[in-house]
Design a protein around this ligand. Structure first.
Ligand SMILES: [Zn+2]
Ligand SMILES: [Zn+2]
Length: 1020
């Protein structure tokens, strides 16, 4: 290939808002032209390096990794990585360029180059390049000086003078000038085309991107645009026409390409050595064996065998160090009583279970280790950890301290163009009328506008079509980077030699230039340290149980068959529980009637938008209820799909089917699963299909059946859920239900302190707590803590709302009230003001919340209106001391119960002891409006009228225009279904009301009661 031209200077869409082609599009074009290699040189970044390398290898193209930097004097320089050392230097230099300057304004200081040029090949860049720029400015001596400097830095072997010809009037002269400088300095030439799009027609999108970059309309930034459309991938012949006088410039491209040999499988740099010396494999084995006797006291042979198998695989792929690392983090958290649970595919592993990383027994639940790890896996396995949301930051800090700042980085997220953002940005660049843009954006891309309407906007059909095409083309292009919160990349070698670092949008934070897929593909370790509010609730609940009952609960040791849990599940009594509390889940629960833990696992995997849309849920329930026979497409599938009645519910089943029917190896099957979940190219899927059908036929399965099975697998792939993940979540759901059943006061209290979380507002949680026999008491300046607490003793424990529930008080205000409180409690309103110096508005909120109703058991109940009056008379300011107060003899009408109740809702969002519907009850009863109690007794088909406080209002996109309401009254929740036409007819009522009356027909199915609404009525 040495005599052939290859492109060494190409920008992809990861030259943000400049390059107008995806890395794959560039490679496809190169492949079409028969180019053996292609160089990627995005501005200040290696964002696409991994993706580009993989896609290049798939196309048989040799990838060259480089970048174009802007120096501090605004001149450009292209750097190509020739060796691994060169790659490390490139990462380091790009990190400096990014971190030395503000986000989005990277500049490389010349001063960083010495000692960091080894293994790099420098090209002198475009018209803004280190040589062309001074030449174009007529500064030939300046150009000579720069060349001498570069030569000293890179050496004559690693420096090429770059020739570009874009048919501009002065290009001939520029090229001649550059060639003369090269001759003078005896340096070689190289031809490039500064590619910004794959084919000529890409220029239009490139211009639009430039306009978006400068936040201007195209017509207002003409002088910033390239003047023509020559920046596409050209053939050697096309370039030879322009640079024919310098054939060596073309020939050198292939020589350089052949010199650049960088391997981006960085796995060897991934795992930090365990701090304690010694054999990682032996250490891991010892830890697991020690735990084995705890979890499998009878010394089950199956557990030993599985452990042996996993340790052997882990040893073979050299991942013992990785497991030890995660174990260390988990152990550290546990020692500090920070709730932690592994989720995701790690729960398939007995090693993870024994190390305490996950808390689901993979043997008992028939989980598949190969979904997590196999000897054929090319990437690191994925371990995600959930932490108590309040304390996750401590864990992240610990990881930084343990491995060092230079070895830990936050994984980034590429914020890419979607329909809405594309419509807005492209529309602005094309200077289309704002109203038109808004309408298209609101129609959510329901493209196409009648010609006459376009005319009224003075927009031609042609412009309109171009607009739509550009919007389509730009989708998926990266717009900027954000942080993947909690996603950490940990490396053995310093991070800035593995991947460039840059500033995050969040001030003071640094991210690596790769997202989680890139990190995974590079063979690096990615740890997701996620935060889960439910774990905060559990955490607090356990502490309260310890304090008030003197019991320490080990959730990991709970048997999974407590009838109280299944009883609640079957009745869909799940408010406040993890995962299974939503309305969709509740509706499913009454049909599913979970009897054992595995039912809960299926439920968690099944009730999600994907399977609902995919139409899997109803067949499953029909089969479960015996309304439809359980059938299998082929007898080979029966043992795999038996647990889910012949329906594919778990990713593990995809793997097993691929192995059993398609005769895939475990690793191959996992590759298939991965390809499906990442929406890989059709050709790749076609290859898998071919392979699958061949394997099935070899076992005598008919080709048609094999194709049908593969269709099912592929159809499922887009929303597949892994069983281990569902099991991990089901375990957390189980724990929350168990705690709620046995320690309701502590559990609800924990939930109230972890808000906002889950599906329901705190006021619904409060009512639900009361329905479960837990008294809730209002905020009290002398009895409340900053957060909700338990008071009373034994079975009579009640929840005392925390001061933080008072609107506006926040953590600081609430803590101030607690800290300034004298031993005997506040004695007067004046006392509270004097000691806390809270802003007056907040004192008012405390009064309205009922916080000063009864300062002590001995003092008489104070009226809130009177207290507000008194606050006014105090002439209280935060700064000034209040004046002593004499009674003024004004007698105010005390607040009514209704006023007090509304004041409490207003101030705290919850009513500790009352319910809003009480205020309407008398009238409702007179009007013969039913309640949740009468509804519970209503017959199927019966016409009813009910009313309640709107607890939840939902219009899920999956529901085809249906709306769902959950109404609450003093006794319980009521489910309302509103058909699209009913909703449209009374939109204002449905959307606006806090308290809603509904007239409709009762639908009873599988023990669930819904009211199919016919009309909304006013309750007032
Ligand atoms: Zn440039
Ligand atoms: Zn360039």
């Amino acid at each position: 290939m040495s005599s052939e031209y290859v492109e060494l200077h190409a920008h992809s869409c990861f030259s943000l808002l400049d390059g107008a082609a995806t890395p794959e599009a560039l490679l496809d074009r190169a492949a079409e032209l028969g180019m053996g290699a292609l160089g990627l040189t995005d501005h200040h970044g290696l964002y696409a390096a991994i993706r580009f390398s993989i896609a290049a290898q798939e196309r048989g193209i040799h990838p060259i990794i480089g970048a174009e930097v802007t120096l501090e004097d605004e001149r450009h320089l292209v750097l190509l990585a020739e060796t691994q050392q060169g790659y490390r230097n490139l990462c380091w230099l790009l990190s400096r360029a990014q971190l030395d300057h503000e986000k989005g304004a990277a500049r490389l200081a010349w001063a960083h180059l010495p000692n960091h040029t080894q293994g790099l090949i420098a090209l002198t860049g475009c018209r803004q390049g280190v040589l062309a720029a001074p030449l174009l400015a007529g500064d030939r001596d300046g150009a000579r000086r720069q060349l001498a400097e570069l030569r000293a830095l890179f050496g004559a072997e690693h420096l090429y003078i770059e020739l570009q010809h874009h048919l501009r009037p002065d290009d001939d002269a520029l090229v001649a000038g550059l060639a003369a400088l090269a001759r003078e300095a005896s340096l070689p030439l190289v031809a490039t085309n500064n590619v910004h799009y794959a084919r000529r027609e890409g220029y239009r999108l490139q211009q639009v991107l430039t306009a978006i970059h400068h936040n201007a309309a195209l017509r207002d930034c003409r002088n910033r645009l390239y003047p023509n459309s020559e920046l596409f991938i050209k053939t050697g012949a096309e370039l030879a026409e322009l640079l024919g006088a310098y054939p060596e410039a073309l020939a050198h491209t292939a020589e350089i390409a052949a010199r650049c040999q960088v391997d981006l499988n960085l796995r060897a740099l991934a795992i930090p050595p365990a701090a304690d010396t010694g054999d990682a494999d032996a250490r891991l084995r010892a830890l697991c064996e020690a735990a084995l006797s705890r979890w499998y006291p009878t010394g089950e042979a199956a557990a030993r065998a599985q452990l042996r198998h996993e340790l052997q695989v882990i040893g073979q792929v050299q991942l013992a160090g990785y497991f030890l690392m995660v174990w260390e983090i988990v152990a550290w958290a546990r020692e500090r009583c920070i709730q932690v649970r592994g989720r995701g595919s790690a729960a398939n592993s007995i090693v993870a279970y024994l190390l305490g990383i996950t808390n689901v027994d993979p043997l008992e639940h028939n989980l598949l280790f190969e979904r997590f790890l196999s000897t054929e896996t090319r990437t690191m396995p994925d371990i995600d950890l959930d932490f108590c949301s309040r304390r996750r930051e401590e864990v992240i800090q610990h990881v930084y301290e343990r491995y060092g700042e230079r070895h830990v980085g936050m994984v980034c997220n590429y914020v890419t163009y979607r329909q809405r953002s594309a419509i807005r940005d492209v529309g602005k660049a094309l200077a289309l009328p704002q109203e038109l843009i808004d309408r298209l954006a609101k129609s959510q891309g329901k493209w196409g506008l009648p010609a006459e309407e376009l005319e009224s906007f003075a927009v031609s059909t042609q412009t309109w079509e171009q607009y739509l095409a550009l919007c389509e083309a730009i989708q998926g292009y990266p717009r900027h980077l954000s942080i993947h919160v909690g996603g950490l990349c940990i490396t053995a070698a310093p991070l800035d030699e593995i991947v460039p670092l840059e500033r995050a949008t969040m001030p003071g934070r640094v991210v690596i230039q790769w997202d989680k897929d890139n990190v995974e593909d590079a063979g690096l370790i990615k740890l997701d340290l996620l935060s889960l509010r439910t774990l905060s609730a559990i955490d607090e609940c356990l502490t309260m149980i310890q304090t008030h009952y003197g019991k320490s609960i080990d959730l990991d040791a709970l048997p999974l068959d407590d009838p109280a849990v299944y009883d609640a599940l079957q009745r869909a009594d799940t408010v406040g529980a993890f995962q299974v509390e939503s309305r969709a889940q509740q509706q499913a629960l009454v049909q599913m009637k979970p009897r054992e833990f595995n039912d809960l696992v299926i439920e968690v995997a099944l009730i999600r938008p994907g399977p609902l849309q995919g139409g899997m849920v109803h067949p499953f329930f029909r089969r479960r209820q015996g309304l439809e026979p359980v059938t299998h497409l082929h007898p080979l599938l029966a043992p795999i799909l038996a647990e889910t009645m012949g329906i594919i519910v778990f990713q593990e089943q995809v793997i097993r089917v691929a192995m059993v029917m398609g005769q895939f190896s475990a690793g191959e099957a996992d590759l298939l699963r991965r390809a499906m979940s990442r929406h890989r190219a059709e050709e790749e899927m076609a290859r898998f299909r071919e392979r699958f059908v061949a394997g099935a036929q070899a076992q005598g399965v008919a080709a048609a059946t094999a194709h049908e099975v593969f269709d099912k697998l592929a159809g499922f792939a887009s929303y597949g859920f892994c069983k281990s993940h569902a099991a991990a979540f089901a375990k957390t759901a189980y724990d929350t239900l168990w705690l709620r059943a046995h320690y309701p006061a502590a559990y609800y209290c924990g939930v109230l302190n972890a808000e906002p979380m889950g599906f329901y507002a705190p006021r619904v949680i409060v009512s639900d707590a009361r329905r479960h026999g837990v008294a809730v008491r209002p905020v009290h300046v002398n009895l409340s803590g900053a957060i909700c607490t338990l008071e009373g003793g034994g079975e009579g424990l009640a929840i005392r709302l925390g001061l933080q529930y008072v609107d506006g008080l926040g953590e600081t205000g609430a803590e101030r009230v607690v800290a300034a409180r004298p031993a005997g409690g506040y004695v007067e309103l004046e006392d509270l003001c004097r000691r806390t110096r809270l802003p007056r508005r907040l004192v008012e909120q405390v009064i309205l919340a009922g916080g000063l109703d009864e300062l002590s058991a001995a003092s008489p109940r104070r009226d809130r209106r009177g207290l507000i009056w008194e606050l006014g008379r105090l002439r209280y300011h935060e700064e000034a001391l209040p004046l002593p107060l004499a009674p003024d003899g004004v007698a105010l009408e005390p607040m009514t119960y209704a006023e007090e109740l509304l004041a409490e809702y207003g101030s705290t969002g919850v009513a500790a002891e009352g319910h809003l519907m009480e205020l309407h009850r008398e009238r409702l009863t007179r009007a013969r409006i039913g309640t949740s109690q009468t509804l519970a007794r209503a017959q199927h088909g019966e016409r009813v009228r009910v009313a309640g406080f709107v607890a939840v209002r939902q219009q899920p996109p999956t529901a085809k225009g249906f709306a769902f309401f959950t109404l609450e009254d003093e006794w319980g929740l009521m489910n309302i279904i509103v058909r699209p036409q009913v909703f449209a007819a009374q939109r204002t009522e449905w959307v606006g009301a806090t308290v809603l009356g509904v007239e409709g027909v009762v639908q009873r199915a599988h023990g669930q009661i819904n009211v199919l609404a016919e009309r909304a009525t006013k309750v007032k």
